[in-house]
Design a protein around this ligand. Structure first.
Ligand code: Z5A
Length: 210
């Protein structure tokens, strides 16, 4: 399999979807074949799971139920979208992947990381990103950006403390996996964030192509 797999991670409002779209455009200009995708919800089954996962009326969903729905979405995503694209030698850019589960359900909800790693291994068949771009941002700033967009899902109802735990989780994961992670200060002007993400990805692609 000779495609290249990049995940974008971070708290909500960090700029993942905006930056990913611009990076994809720049990579295409440089001749790369790029697939843009996201979790949860980028397959027909995933779309139904996303509605269930994010509906505010499900705010009392049990944490274990929640994590199995994220893994179900990921299994479908890996099999139907990511693996076929990597087999076709494409660059896959995903807005969220396994590190979101480790941070939100592991650090945020307090579920054991060891158990999550085992389940994630089954859901992904062991597929981890070649590179992870972590957009790190102050939680209040992320929520402020999203408030402007009037997003109204289940995670908007979470406390500041929950989102702080998630941010710390991402940073700890980055510290544990320095080869895979690149941390970017997402409070910089948008164009600077895009440029830094692009530089990291192009460097990694060039190294990968030898
Ligand atoms: N979740 C989970 O718990 N476990 C899992 O395993 C997975 C996910 C996979 C999915 O929500 C939720 O599922 C997510 C985690 C959970 N919930 N939370 N929190 P989603 O897909 O609807 O939303 P999201 O992934 O959190 O994305 P987001 O909230 O849309 O944020 P974003 O993509 O990082 O940000 P954005 O939309 O690109 O930017 C937000 C605004 O900020 C926008 O107006 C931009 O123009 C602006 N922006 C971006 N960058 C900048 C800079 N640098 N300066 C100024 N303004 C900026």
């Amino acid at each position: 399999m000779s495609g290249f797999f990049v995940s974008f991670e971070g708290i909500e409002g960090a700029g993942k979807s905006t930056v990913l779209k611009e990076v994809a455009r720049e990579l295409r200009k440089r001749g790369y074949q790029v697939i843009e995708t996201f979790e949860p919800g980028d397959t027909p089954v995933g779309k139904a799971l996303r509605q269930t996962l994010l509906a505010p009326e499900h705010s009392k969903m049990h944490y274990v139920t929640e994590v199995f729905l994220y893994f179900a979405d990921r299994a479908e995503h890996v099999q139907k979208v990511i693996l076929p694209a990597l087999e076709a030698e494409k660059v896959v850019l995903t807005d969220r992947y396994s590190d979101s589960t480790f941070s939100y359900q592991g650090y945020g909800r307090g579920l054991g990381l060891e158990m999550l790693e085992t389940l994630n291994q089954i859901a992904t068949n062991g597929l981890m990103p070649d590179l992870t771009i972590l957009l790190d941002l102050d939680v209040k700033e992320g929520l402020r950006r999203n408030k402007k967009l009037q997003k109204n899902d289940r995670f908007e109802l979470e406390t500041l403390e929950f989102h702080e735990k998630v941010r710390r989780g991402f940073l700890e994961l980055a510290e544990k996996n320095p080869k895979r992670f690149r941390i970017i200060d997402a409070s910089m002007p948008l164009n600077d964030v895009i440029q830094e993400a692009l530089n990291h990805i192009v460097t990694a692609l060039e190294e990968n192509n030898g």
